[in-house]
Design a protein around this ligand. Structure first.
Ligand SMILES: C[S@@+](CC[C@H](N)C(=O)[O-])C[C@H]1O[C@@H](n2cnc3c(N)ncnc32)[C@H](O)[C@@H]1O
Length: 404
């Protein structure tokens, strides 16, 4: 007698399940899963159907085991990961459910099941687990997306802070979060000063477990003149001769040197020189060097050539009226008028009032692969952070926007 094909068995099992003969259907699916002759695709389908049926019957632990196997065999299958996230919540593991659902939203920001899972799991956790009531009022606990590094902390807490020449810590967090969200392989920074923003980027790359940063700065000598911007004493290193020694020293002390290459000299010249010899695509550039119109445009044209489709450029000091520099805003105006079909951008009115813009290179249409745009990523990041930080108002705003 000819052996029955696994595909036929799969059809039979599904028919049985549809008729309500769950035990019989489950037994057939089990045979397909165990049978070495079943191809990968049939086995995966059988696992998925058995898991889904078990989920429907409320047998969440067994269903989760099936979906863990499906996701192990097919890690890029975001629909199965979404079901796995839901099953994690059904099994009482709210924290992992949120993490898994957030990962699904990263690749598919419109996945409704992942959104519902976050909503459900967050309800299970209870906001009190993330908020501590103390003498000073409410304090958020265990908030993700914060760079944890003693050098970053020391620079931020230094009474002789390098801000406003360095970006404000609030923006350090934002850049850190963006790097964590988009997971770039290669990042370029123009204007590193004593290395504060470099550290925020580097810590995010380290937490991503991937990526390299190229820092470009004149790295001029430290000045002794009272009040001079370059008259800087590090809370960690004390006095050093040049900004380069300070930036390098901070990065070394932070244990992040393996992720950086420092280039001293005029940024646009050095970027061209380096990448002509070492061609590569860049997913993120942070432009914070020469803020004159000429300087900002030169940095832009140097990095533009390197930018990957869908890549991002972050500009600092975009509110000319406050920071006193016209270059970054002029660059945004140029892009708005002359390159609107190639770029989209948003200019944030930041906490420090100096302004920060994020520009994204539009990807060719139709896109060869689905990749969320920065703006979608930011929405899901805010969505998730809204839940984590317990801001009901923010969550409601985002939900309203997502529904519309
Ligand atoms: C605002 S600071 C950068 C702050 C740094 N991004 C941070 O947040 O910690 C500007 C830096 O740009 C550098 N710079 C200015 N003109 C430059 C040029 N043409 N090429 C390279 N670096 C330049 C300066 O040396 C200075 O360190």
């Amino acid at each position: 007698m000819a052996a029955i094909k696994p595909e036929q068995n799969l059809d039979d099992a599904l028919t049985l399940i549809q008729k309500g003969a769950y035990e019989e259907g489950e037994r057939l699916l089990g045979e397909i899963i165990q049978d070495d002759a079943s191809g990968n695709e049939v086995r995966l389908a059988a696992l998925g159907h058995r898991g889904y049926m078990r989920m429907g019957l409320g047998r969440f632990a067994e269903a989760l085991a099936d979906y863990e196997e499906v996701c192990r065999l097919q890690p890029d299958d975001s629909a199965s990961r979404s079901i796995k996230a839901r099953l994690l919540a059904d099994n009482g593991n709210a924290r992992d459910a949120i993490i898994e659902a957030a990962e699904v939203l990263r690749s598919n920001p419109k996945d409704r099941m992942a959104m519902a899972t976050i909503r459900k799991a967050q309800g299970m956790l209870g906001l009190d687990k993330y908020v501590e009531e103390g003498e000073g009022g409410r304090r958020a606990l265990d908030i993700p997306e914060v760079p944890r590094n003693r050098v970053i902390q020391a620079l931020e807490e230094d009474p002789n802070s390098s801000f406003p020449t360095s970006i404000h810590p609030e923006l350090g967090r934002l850049i850190y979060t963006i790097v964590r969200a988009i997971k770039p392989t290669l990042v370029v920074e123009t204007g590193s000063f004593i290395g504060y923003s470099s550290l925020c980027i580097l810590q995010a790359l380290e937490d991503n477990d991937a990526g390299h940063l190229h820092c470009f700065d004149l790295f001029c000598e430290v000045s002794d003149e009272p009040g001079a911007i370059t008259n800087y004493t590090s809370p960690i290193l004390g006095r050093r001769k040049t900004l380069g020694e300070l930036a390098r020293g901070h990065i070394e002390e932070a244990g992040l040197s393996h992720r950086v290459t420092m280039h001293a000299g005029d940024s646009s010249t050095k970027i061209r020189e380096y990448f002509q010899q070492n061609p590569a695509k860049v997913q993120l550039a942070f432009i914070d060097g020469d803020h004159t119109i000429e300087g900002a445009l030169k940095d832009w044209f140097a990095v533009e050539k390197l930018l990957e489709d869908d890549g991002l450029v972050i500009l600092h000091d975009t509110i000319a009226e406050v920071c006193g520099w016209r270059g970054p805003r002029y660059l945004l105006q140029e892009l708005g008028e002359k390159a609107a079909t190639q770029y989209q951008w948003v200019n944030f009115p930041t906490f420090d009032k100096l302004g920060l813009a994020v520009i994204q290179k539009r990807q060719p249409i139709p896109s060869p692969r689905f990749k969320p745009s920065f703006f979608e990523l930011l929405a899901d990041q805010m969505f998730v952070m809204g839940f984590w930080s317990g801001s009901r108002e923010l969550r409601n705003q985002i939900m309203k926007r997502l529904r519309s």
